[in-house]
Design a protein around this ligand. Structure first.
Ligand code: FAD
Length: 413
């Protein structure tokens, strides 16, 4: 039985921790906050129809989230269809329809297949033979969903988060955070809350040391599952690294997003309407009650848009713009804004991969340094930035730890 530390109780850390715990090892999870879930954070908002759950962080369980669906099932949680599609948004401030975006998106998809993996999404947009305002509508859709500029992100994003197929989307009934809470319950007291880790060191003779305000502690292996920007902020946490790892990390882009929620004063229909000029979208969706929740949800993506609207410090102008975009909704008070860039243990929303990132670089993001292993949404090649990516990355980290423990005990025999 080995002693293993996991840093961070988000999806990546909790998936790794429960897998290692199930394999019979002694796991200690260090979590900086007073709650588990990280960027999955469900809370209640009061409406005329009683309290409803809002997702202040990750919201949509998307198509092909096989691992997240399996984990939810194993933990007795059900996924609730939202009744609208994350992928299809009606533009509210330009003279086009969602169908026009889908059509142009398909044309862009055909270009992606031709230009290859080193192209950016903007390279693809530049090759489209379409009305410039329609191309900008598509650009807005990409920038909102990836939370970075179209000139930064790989063209591959067009086939994942910024896909345009009218596929279904879901949320975990009762709130997405129910799943990290259920995983944490399996760990039975092994999580140290309110305990930020300030340093992780790889020991020459094997194993690793974790430093917190309580002191230094030795483990046989450590899984570091903190967000990308926290990982790179030495004023928060010091970490072993290599030149290869730093080069790979340079190809990861931090995306930024702000969410806005407000109660509605009457029951709405399901909807998904985006603002091209403001780089945000708004939606109303079915929740666990089976009805459309009387809640306005809105998401603004990319640093550029957030800075332009000044919402990080004062979301009131955004709220006014939303009221104008959505005269069909009776938007009440109070509105709640969640600014992820200002959260010291997130420092952003989620990441995207730059077109310069090679397959070898992506592999280097998870390559262990001695007995220090790495996991997180930023490291997953296929579901980068997403809950599914964090879960898959956490599973792989646990697998690597188990393989290295097996190898060490083989050598010791
Ligand atoms: P996190 O969830 O961030 O977990 C990392 C943990 O490490 C946190 O609990 C943090 O407190 C802790 N930590 C940080 N520093 C330290 C330290 N020094 N010591 C100890 N602990 C530390 N994904 C989707 O699939 N669908 C969506 O619709 C979606 N929408 C999103 C909307 C927003 C606004 C945001 C912010 C994210 C969204 N995501 C979405 C992305 C999703 O939330 C993430 O991909 C996923 O939750 C990341 O999991 P993680 O375990 O990698 O990181």
């Amino acid at each position: 039985m080995s002693r293993i530390a996991v840093i961070g109780a988000g999806f990546a850390g909790l998936t790794a921790a429960t897998s290692l715990n199930d394999a019979g090892h002694t796991v200690t999870v260090f979590e900086a906050r007073d709650r588990v879930g990280g960027r999955v954070w469900s809370e209640e908002i009061q409406t005329f129809d009683g309290p409803r759950v809002i997702e202040r962080g990750a919201e949509f369980v998307l198509d092909a989230y096989t691992e997240m669906q399996r984990l939810a099932e194993e933990n007795g949680l059900s996924l609730v269809e939202t009744g609208m599609s994350y992928y299809v948004r009606e533009p509210g401030d330009v003279p086009f329809t969602a169908a026009d975006i889908v059509e142009t998106g398909k044309a862009a998809g055909a270009v992606v297949a031709k230009v290859g993996p080193s192209a950016t999404a903007e390279d693809v947009l530049q090759q489209l033979d379409a009305d410039p305002q329609l191309v900008d509508t598509l650009r807005a859709r990409i920038e909102i969903s990836t939370a970075v500029g179209a000139d930064e992100v790989t063209a591959g994003a067009l086939t994942q988060v910024a896909s345009f197929e009218p596929k279904k989307s879901w949320r975990v009934g009762g709130g997405n955070q129910s799943l990290p809470k259920a995983l944490a319950a399996q760990l039975d007291g092994a999580i140290r809350m309110n305990t930020p880790v300030t340093r992780v060191e790889s020991r020459d003779g094997g194993g690793a040391t974790v430093t917190t305000a309580d002191g230094r502690e030795d483990f046989d292996a450590v899984v570091v599952a903190v967000p990308f920007s926290v990982l790179r902020d030495r004023s928060v946490i010091e970490m072993p690294t290599t030149a290869e790892r730093e080069r790979a990390l340079d190809g990861v882009i931090q995306g930024h997003a702000v969410k806005l929620h407000a109660p509605l004063e009457r029951a709405p229909e399901t909807s998904a309407v985006m603002s091209v000029a403001g780089r945000y979208w708004t939606w109303t969706a079915v929740d666990a009650s089976g009805d459309v929740a009387p809640v306005l949800n809105s998401f603004m993506g990319s640093h550029k848009a957030i800075d332009a609207a000044g919402v990080a410090h004062d979301p009131s102008s955004w709220l006014s713009a939303v009221r104008e975009l959505r005269p069909d909704l009776a938007i009440g008070d109070p509105a709640i804004a969640t600014v992820w860039s200002r959260d010291p243990y997130a420092q952003g929303a989620y990441t995207a991969h730059a077109s310069s990132l090679t397959d070898a670089d992506t592999a280097a993001l998870e390559a262990p340094i001695g007995d220090v292993h790495f996991a997180g949404e930023y490291a997953d090649p296929n579901y980068t930035g997403l809950m599914e990516g964090a879960i898959r990355s956490g599973q792989r980290a646990a697998q690597r730890v188990l393989e290295s423990i097996e190898l060490t005990s083989e050598v010791a025999k």
